[in-house]
Design a protein around this ligand. Structure first.
Ligand code: FES
Length: 83
C-alpha cells in the first residue's frame, strides 16, 4: 500500500497487476462523476476520494443493478467501467 493512496488507485493496481477480470466503476478520478461509488467498510463512498487507512471491506453500490464484482449500472442505464 502506498501512503495516501485512494481505494480506486488500489483497485486499478490490482486490475493491472493481478486480476484483469476485476470489474469496478471508474471515470474522472476527482470525485466529480460518481462512477466509482461503492460501499467502503459499510458506508457509501467514492473510491477515488477515499484514502486507504487499513483493512477494507468493499461492496458494490446498492444504487443500481449489479453487473459484476463492484461494477453497477446506474438507474439511468449508464455504466462507467474500469476497462
Ligand atoms: S472516478 Fe469520478 S467520482 Fe470517482
Amino acid at each position: 500500500m502506498v501512503p495516501g493512496e485512494s481505494v480506486l488507485n488500489v483497485l486499478e493496481r490490482i486490475f493491472e497487476t493481478q486480476d484483469e477480470s476485476l470489474a469496478f466503476g471508474g471515470g474522472c478520478g476527482r470525485g466529480r462523476c460518481g462512477a466509482c461509488g461503492m460501499k467502503i467498510n459499510g458506508r457509501y463512498r467514492l473510491a477515488c476520494g477515499e484514502v486507504v487507512k487499513g483493512d477494507l471491506i468493499l461492496e458494490p453500490s446498492s444504487k443500481g443493478r449489479l453487473i459484476k464484482d463492484l461494477l453497477v449500472v446506474e438507474e439511468s442505464g449508464e455504466v462507467h467501467q474500469n476497462a
